[in-house]
Design a protein around this ligand. Structure first.
Ligand SMILES: NC(=O)C1=CN([C@@H]2O[C@H](COP(=O)(O)OP(=O)(O)OC[C@H]3O[C@@H](n4cnc5c(N)ncnc54)[C@H](O)[C@@H]3O)[C@@H](O)[C@H]2O)C=CC1
Ligand SMILES: O=C(O)CCCC(=O)C(=O)O
Length: 365
């Protein structure tokens, strides 16, 4: 059988993005040939450093190459400034919109290992499915003088549409149904964990925006295709409470953009480190793997960034490019490495460098 070649755009960005994306590439290059996959790579620019050097954080060439040439992509991280900088806008937020990457799928899973402790001692296995194109991330903000006194007023639009809410709820349902099937025991016994989608929102306060998200998601998940799933909903503040107390309860969580972002960093703490949690930005035309973490300026240049989130993001990218077997090879190699615990990075209490963790996983592929 002729090998299939997938073209992958590599966008390291800033900070530790430049340290972890090479690990992602190396994993793809090291996959067993029996999988029948080959990869070619195209290096692409984006980020705050690029903005400072050339005046643009997301060159058109990057967007066009991804649109016209690539099957998949890996994005590292960018160092967006926290103050307003004229002409700068976050390239990752822009890419998600420009490429219509409508879903950000963030699996969060514990690997129990004697080599490191995660705050939660019983296994967590949940997926946060985050709407990726709207909500407050439309970034329509304005500032104007306060007519009633000193100072200014700043406003931001929170936009929620039926179409995006339906699409994200549908993919959340599909993911939950797929996980249910995978958990089914061969003897037909029901799996222990209930297959479930939890819709999260704040429609007790934001009855129009989050209200639309909630009712649309409810309607989409009432489809016959999802009849074997339990569908429930939870207000986002109490969801944070329950997620921290009883994370094992959750299966698939579907959320508007900002809540999904916040919940996934919280879930990352529960499984041990942001350096462990991957994501796939999923669209119709391209899938972009991306670790959930940022550019981590506090550890940049030290060679100690945990590459696992990026390596698992390679798995997520392949999963949504319909290569589940290749994805499993990666997930299993990572889990085995963590379980054995010989090469554990400092964020998990170990001493291994980015390269040592990567080499250990490559050996296991
Ligand atoms: N998708 C993206 O490109 C994102 C970019 N950012 C940007 O990143 C910059 C820094 O943001 P922070 O709030 O500090 O968040 P961060 O995610 O970069 O770091 C938070 C903490 O987690 C640690 N950490 C993150 N990834 C790690 C890894 N792979 N291995 C070991 N430790 C890791 C960091 O050292 C830090 O202590 C900001 O400029 C922000 O705009 C933040 C989040 C996402
Ligand atoms: O810092 C940036 O440029 C964007 C950070 C993006 C992010 O945190 C998210 O996934 O919502």
């Amino acid at each position: 059988m002729a090998a299939r070649t997938l073209r992958i755009g590599l966008i390291p960005g800033d900070g530790i993005g430049r340290e972890v994306i090479p690990a992602g590439r190396r994993i793809l290059e090291s996959l067993p040939s029996s999988l029948g996959l080959k990869f070619d790579f195209v290096d692409l620019d984006a980020g705050y450093e690029h903005f400072k050097a050339f005046g643009t954080a997301l060159p058109e060439k990057t967007v066009e190459t991804l649109q016209k040439e690539c099957d998949g992509a890996l994005f590292g991280a960018v160092s967006s400034p926290t103050n307003k900088v004229a002409g700068y806008t976050s390239p990752i937020v822009a890419l998600r919109k420009r490429l219509s990457l409508y879903a950000n799928v963030r699996p969060c899973k514990t690997v129990l290992s004697p080599a490191f402790r995660s705050p939660s001692t019983s296994p967590i296995d949940l997926v946060i499915v985050r709407e990726n194109t709207e909500d407050l991330y439309v970034k329509e903000e304005k500032t104007y003088p306060d007519p009633n006194g000193d100072g200014q007023i700043a406003e931001a639009i929170k936009r929620i549409s039926t179409q995006a809410s339906r699409r994200i709820a549908t993919i959340a349902g599909e993911i939950a149904a797929r996980r249910q099937k995978m958990r089914q025991k061969p003897n037909g016994e029901a799996a222990q964990k209930e297959a479930m989608v939890t819709i999260t929102h704040k429609s007790n306060v934001l009855s129009q925006t989050d209200g639309l998200f909630r009712s649309t998601a409810r309607e989409a998940l009432a489809a016959p295709a999802f009849s074997s799933l339990k569908i429930e909903e939870q207000i986002v503040d109490s969801m944070v409470y329950k997620l921290f107390l009883q994370p094992q309860y959750y299966d698939v969580i579907v959320a508007p953009n900002l809540y999904g972002d916040l919940l996934s960093d919280g879930a990352a703490a529960l499984v041990g480190s942001l350096g462990l949690v991957p994501s796939a930005n999923v669209g119709e035309d391209i899938v972009m793997g991306e670790p959930c973490h940022g550019s981590a300026p506090d550890i940049e240049g030290k060679g100690i960034a945990n590459p696992v989130a990026t390596i698992r993001s390679v798995g997520c990218m392949l999963e949504f490019l319909n290569q589940p077997e290749a994805a499993d090879v990666i997930y299993n190699a990572v889990d085995e490495g963590l379980r054995e615990g010989k090469f554990i990075s400092p964020d998990l209490g170990g001493k291994a460098s980015t390269e040592e963790v990567m080499d250990d996983i490559v050996r296991r592929l």
